[in-house]
Design a protein around this ligand. Sequence first.
Ligand SMILES: [Zn+2]
Length: 309
Amino acid sequence: MTAIGTLRNTTKDTLREVLTRLQTEGAALGHFNVADHVLLKAVIAAASETKLPVFVGASEGEREFFGAHQLAALVKSLRQELDVPVFLNADHTHSLAKAVEAANAGFDSVGIDFSALPFNENVARTKEAVQAIKAVNPAILAEGEIGNIGTGSEIHETAGGDFKLSTPEEARQFVEATGIDILAPAVGNMHGMLKSMVQGKAKKHLNIERISEIKQAAGTFMTLHGGSGTDDEHFRKAIAAGINIIHINTELRVAWRESLGESLARDADDVVPYKILRPVVDSVKKVVSSRLRLFHGQPVSSDAVGSVA
Ligand SMILES: [Zn+2]
């Protein structure tokens, strides 16, 4: 076995096989971002608890903090002990060099993101990156992004920006011209959460009809970014309309911060990291498990997602 190539799961399923299977089952693969080992432990524990496959994601910032090769090595090690598939995605990759680095590290997919550029430039840069990563590993899946859904999985005061919906025609053109395997469109989704969403007073709503139209036009796997704070029923409808992967990041970050604060406040004299961090892993795991169950059509209680009611 070479150092380069897909990190095989013990289940031996490839990402493409799992996405195809979930699509026929009417389910979506949950994508959860990690910036450190605490978050990774939480995502893996949720996969183990629910017996459902997971997609671990790390953006450029998260990869820089974690180490792209170090994260790939940890995921490879963890998946050998699991009987459910775990895949690794290089989320929001903004340069050819970072895309190739992730492919070399053994990531199962690269989210190529030149969506901030004009359409034609986005096409050209994405196509170039698709060819480069597939030259490193032909089995790797390439994701491309169109439209603007804001930046930063953070808490925002207001939605801001002009989040125009992607059109079926630009989706079709983009997929044909770039050779991507997975399309990330703008369909009413948004990165981050508004304060009102964190407080459970508001939910994101998706344009389900547009998802169906884009799916028909593009004919590829589709991923939904910025899923945090979305109405449960909209998630179910979006999956039925053709969404194959759903990204949840901010909900994990909110649970992480709240539980870390509580854990630190519990005993000012406690300096044992694994005692302080264990409840944090549990809190984030609860959010991940709840989202996974929802994405696989299983019942979830309304208060299951941490403080995000
Ligand atoms: Zn995203």
